[in-house]
Design a protein around this ligand. Sequence first.
Ligand SMILES: [Zn+2]
Length: 409
Amino acid sequence: MINYNDLAKLVMARLEELGNISQSTDYLDRRYLTPEHRQANRLVAGWMGEAGMISWEDQAGNLWGRYECLDPNAPRFILGSHLDTVPNGGKYDGMLGVVAPISLVHILKVTRTPLPFHLDIVGFGDEEGTRFGSTLLGSKALTGRWPDEWAKLKDENGISLPEALKSFGLNFDNVPQASVVDTGVLGYLELHIEQGPVLEKQNLPVGVVSAISGARRFDIAVTGMAGHAGTVPMALRQDALVAASEMVLTVETLAREHNVVATVGKIENKPNGVNVISGRTQLSLDIRSENDAHRDAVLEQIVQSFHQIAARRQVGLVINQTHTASAVQCDHRLQSILKNAISECGIPTHTLPSGAGHDAMAMARLCPVAMLFLRCDRGISHHPAEAIKTDDVAVALATLHSTIKHLAH
Ligand SMILES: [Zn+2]
């Protein structure tokens, strides 16, 4: 009889220990190719060894562990997530998806479960992009897709990515060797905290991700005419801030009506004086959906409304796109295996999209991908208050165990 609860307690204790490895003494901050990255890789590699896995580091600084198949030429199935954090981050985002699968391998070992594939666990060195400003460096290396211009990326201290790799004992020119493109990857499954409040609201420990939303982002400039707050009559104003405010509310209304998430999170107003009518207001817009066509259709409506508001209020409007990413659909077969596994635990299944980006996005270029979300306290993440429950980790372990057994048949 496997005691998932005892194993979950071990996972929690290990996450606590890993969460102490930080380049800051005040909060958790662990970035790519730092001495703390090396320290984290060593600690996790030790746990992999205890679970009977061989471990190694690839040419991009990602940590790997393998529960070997008897046939050395067998394909591989990959479980994993990232070992880096944002500054002042939490100890579960990423790390859970590396540490929990090690306990799964322990179960496979003690139950002497042979697999028809190598079961690999990867701890990506960079997902958050905190050090070099570009995200998913670790998982993108696996796809053999590091663009040459990344040689010019620098961190806040002026250290370039090739220099940082060198100080880690690696070489920028060798990063393509981290590619796993031709190594028979059957699939990639990532366990991750939800980073949102949906599972908690539904009172569910875990949920199956349907797709990772694709985001588009824009800079929007609204230009009016600055003027004296006392002398220009209301009817004769071209108030950029009031026009922008109407636009912000329109974004909320249309997003709610059409079931996408859209956010104006940043606003800059000029001249921003207490007795001056606003002359120019700049807004950000971030819009996401698991369905790109639907997202773009809603965006079209938002843009149309913006133009109507600008025309009615006689203000100028310039909209510039700054970022676009397509949604990634999770594999249907892996999703249904996960749902069966959850049902076997006697838990209702719930499917939800991921509004945040994950390593699985890069991995989708290589193989079928799936994600299992774990409930987190109040949906808080990227914050030291990030918290999960031991009981939920036990459910996740049981779900992963059953999933791997299904995949092995
Ligand atoms: Zn993460």
